[in-house]
Structure formats: structure tokens, C-alpha cells
Design a protein around this ligand. Structure first.
Ligand SMILES: O=C(O)[C@H]1O[C@H](OP(=O)(O)OP(=O)(O)OC[C@H]2O[C@@H](n3ccc(=O)[nH]c3=O)[C@H](O)[C@@H]2O)[C@H](O)[C@@H](O)[C@@H]1O
Length: 304
């Protein structure tokens, strides 16, 4: 919208939140359609950002068949739309196509190590088939495609992933539940950098191979839990967010059983993104965490 485009959003709100879009409703260049990519749709468009699919492990495992359908049938429908309208098509793929990686950091040339029948398979294999479909349409039908492999993005969505779970728990004075021993690593990227990366890739001429979009700021889950606790503490001390109610003890880390097939380490090799789209994250994790904590603090205050 800020770049002057007319934007049509197609959302089933299966995992999304209407309030994240409400400020655009009524704008003459904006249209919101409640619908699902698993159904074909007739639209006239010249670019398609195919972002549909629950992304949090909790949300995508809730209904594994629906997750697979979204990645397969949904991607098929969006590619069909791209073919008919001659639109440029961008698929949001994922670091999960690398599974539990045996190569570190992960370059796009690595084929991955995915359990094809475990509880994460609906998402990992769904996105792998979505990539295969995308390149099928590119080779067979000449559809102009882009594939972004996104690594651990965080922001203002409370969907059961690391940052939102830990930030909300720390704000409420509840325990931060670390699954397993907390030694798995993740590289966290703030949402503003992701949006820039997706637009840069869409506008670039790089078509026929996927591009990792992620931060190389890698830390253990335990270290991120501690970082979030200290961010909340600092913002409270600065008076930027509300103090804990009197008598509520500060949150602590609590270790709970590990989840099945949790990838033990993850960090993107972003050489290609730098080379072909000139993209690099600009936000430090710390600055992104501060923004995120301020956002959730405001949400919790409104809800009280
Ligand atoms: O963003 C990515 O690259 C991909 O990986 C994520 O999967 P995951 O990294 O497991 O995402 P989280 O649920 O945020 O978990 C990150 C780590 O924190 C741990 N965790 C998460 C949440 C929590 O409350 N406690 C906790 O210890 C998990 O076990 C895991 O080791 C999501 O599946 C996808 O959205 C995405 O495509």
C-alpha cells in the first residue's frame, strides 16, 4: 500500500487476526476477501505473495491435513491464478524444508533432512511440495516465480512460537516454558526485515532458485528466554511498560518435555540474498524484541 499498489488480501483467518488489517479497511486501494486458497478464485492481479498457511508448529499440527491441503491445493490454485493472469508469483517457503539439518549454517543448495511421517511433516513436506509445484509451473508453463525460505521471523503475532510465548509469559509474571534442555538454536529475524526481504525478492530478477531470508544472529532457546526476560525488566525499569502487580514474583524459566522432531540448530546462509537482492537484516534482535514487548504489553493492558 505504501508503495502505491492496489492490494487484495485473501485470508481465511484460520490463524490470522483481523485486527492486524483493520486500519486498512475503507482505504480506496485496499480490498479484503474472506476466503481460502484451497478454493479456486478469479481475480485480476499482477503480483501474488502466496503467504497462506499456519506457521507456528502448534497451529500447523492442529489440523495436519488442512496444513497439507493449504500447501498443496492452495499453492496449485495460486499458481493457476498466476498462470492465467501472467502475474509474478512469490512463495513463502521455510527453513523447515531443511528439517533437522546436518549442514550448518544452511545454504539453499542443501537438500535437507526431513522426517516425512513425523508430526512436523505436514508443514515441512507441504512446503517442499509447494516449492516443487512452483518450479514445475515455472519450467512447464513459464510462470515467473520467486521462492523465499523464511527463518524464524517474529513480531506482533501471538501464535505459540518462541518470542510471543516468552514475551507474553514474562509480561504476565508466568513461567517461560522451555521445551527440552533449551540448547536448540534459532536465528531470530524481526518482521520488518522479512517484509523488506520479500518485496526485494519479488522486485528482483532472481527467479529459478530459492533464497534464504533470515538473520544470522543465532542463539540457544534458553539464551533467547533470558534475553526476553531482561528486555521486559529493562522496559519496566524505564517506565515504558506497566510494572508487575504488587506481590507477583518475576517470571523464571521452567523446563518442560521436549517436542518431537524439534530441529536442534538453525541458521541461514544468506550469501545469496546479499548477492542477488542486496538484502541484509537491519534490525538487531534486541531492538525487535523491545518493539515486540511494547506491543504485547499494550495489548495486555487493553485486554485488562
Ligand atoms: O520460522 C521458521 O524458520 C520456521 O520454524 C518455525 O518452527 P520453530 O523454529 O520450531 O518455531 P518455534 O515454535 O518458535 O520454536 C523455536 C524453538 O523454541 C522452542 N520453544 C518454543 C516455544 C516455547 O514456548 N518454548 C520453547 O522452548 C521450540 O521447541 C524450538 O526449539 C515454524 O515452524 C515456522 O513458522 C517457520 O517456517
Amino acid at each position: 500500500m505504501f508503495l502505491g499498489h492496489d492490494v487484495v488480501v485473501l485470508d481465511s483467518f484460520f490463524s490470522g487476526n483481523k485486527t492486524t488489517l483493520s486500519h486498512w479497511v475503507g482505504h480506496p486501494n485496499f480490498e479484503l476477501i474472506r476466503g481460502d486458497v484451497v478454493e479456486p478464485i478469479l481475480l485480476e492481479v499482477d503480483q501474488i505473495y502466496h503467504l497462506a498457511c499456519p506457521a507456528s508448529p502448534k497451529a500447523y499440527q492442529l489440523n495436519a491435513v488442512k496444513t497439507l491441503k493449504t500447501s498443496f491445493v492452495g499453492t496449485l490454485n495460486m499458481l493457476g491464478l498466476a498462470k492465467r493472469t501472467k502475474a509474478r508469483f512469490l512463495l513463502s517457503s521455510t527453513s523447515e524444508v531443511y528439517g533437522s539439518p546436518t549442514v550448518h549454517p544452511q545454504p539453499e543448495s542443501y537438500w535437507g533432512n526431513v522426517n516425512p511421517n513425523g508430526p512436523r511433516a505436514c508443514y515441512d513436506e507441504g512446503k517442499r511440495v509447494a516449492e516443487a509445484l512452483t518450479y514445475g509451473y515455472a519450467r512447464q508453463d513459464g510462470v515467473d516465480v520467486r521462492v523465499a525460505r523464511i527463518f524464524n521471523c517474529f513480531g506482533d503475532t501471538d501464535d505459540g512460537r518462541l518470542v510471543s510465548n516468552f514475551a507474553v509469559a514474562a509480561l504476565r509474571g508466568e513461567p517461560l516454558q522451555v521445551y527440552g534442555d533449551g540448547q536448540a538454536t534459532r536465528s531470530l529475524m524481526f518482521v520488518h526485515d522479512l517484509v523488506t526481504g520479500l518485496i526485494d525478492l519479488m522486485e528482483s530478477s532472481h527467479s529459478l532458485t530459492p533464497v534464504n531470508i533470515g538473520s544470522s544472529d543465532e542463539g540457544t532457546v534458553l539464551s533467547w528466554a533470558e534475553e526476553i526476560l531482561s528486555t521486559v525488566r529493562e522496559l519496566r525499569a524505564a517506565g515504558e511498560i506497566a510494572p508487575l502487580p504488587a506481590g507477583t514474583p518475576e517470571s523464571k524459566v521452567e523446563f518442560v518435555p521436549a517436542v518431537v522432531d524439534d530441529p536442534p540448530r538453525r541458521r541461514p546462509d544468506t550469501t545469496l540474498a546479499k548477492e542477488v537482492i542486496g538484502w541484509d537484516p537491519r534490525w538487531t534482535v534486541k531492538a525487535g524484541l523491545e518493539e515486540t514487548v511494547r506491543y504485547f504489553a499494550a495489548q495486555l493492558e487493553m485486554a485488562d
